[in-house]
Design a binder for this molecule. Sequence first.
Ligand SMILES: [Zn+2]
Length: 278
Amino acid sequence: MWSVTPPPHEAEAVFRRCIGRGRDHVRLLRAAPEVAAAAQRYESAATAGQLHTLRPAEFTSAHMTDKELQNTYNNRMVRRSSPGRPVYTQIRQSAPDQICPLCGHRPVASLDHALPKKHFPLLAVAPANLVPCCADCNHTKSEAIPSNPGEVYLHPYFDDVDDDIWLVADIIESAPAAAVFGVSSPTHWNPDLAARVKFHFKSLGLANLYTAQAGSEIRALAYVSAGAHYRDGPDGVREVLADYRDGRRRLHQNTWQAALFQALLSSDWYCDGGFRST
Ligand SMILES: [Zn+2]
């Protein structure tokens, strides 16, 4: 999971922009202070890693129905040419390289409600609750409500776990060689953060995604590994893989590619000829 710079927009301003001066706008705008208060509660909880403490009953409006709030997003923010569409587009384009920050691999396809709008309607257009996301991660996250700290997905605006290396891989020393991925939590993380990273990794099916990607990468590396081994033996292979790993880590510490290169260079079997088994 990679961090993304939070959107600069205030929730109430986005809500007012979406409502505009359309039909019934006087009644609908009465919900604006509720939207602002809801966003403030949400941001405080997200900053503290406490999103699981927020309950749906506290995120409904006295002035708008749940459906009206949800449709504010659907019809006045997502729909092309709608008043909120520029904000939608700006948030969607905020992910570096247009890659989903939740899986770090697939392209961004939409915005995900970190807390689902079905259960938290006052957060339907709150920018801090809208995260650029790929179609698969969005679909997998669905409309689940976290009930304990270990069920809160990592939030790209509020959580930054890229200072530590936590994504690791092991090489299956067989023909063909393969990689399996997992989470290794640093000892200085608090237990809630460690549980969240594991939940995020497991629930989004990242182990399978990365293993599938690693297969062709391992085959492609056979050629360069053979050349390095011919010139300098196993240490030559390790050197090339270390360069690849360091190049990836300059972008992000935790990518499946960096974890793969580290695992391969740690495998004496691979570096001393296992690359031929690919
Ligand atoms: Zn994704």
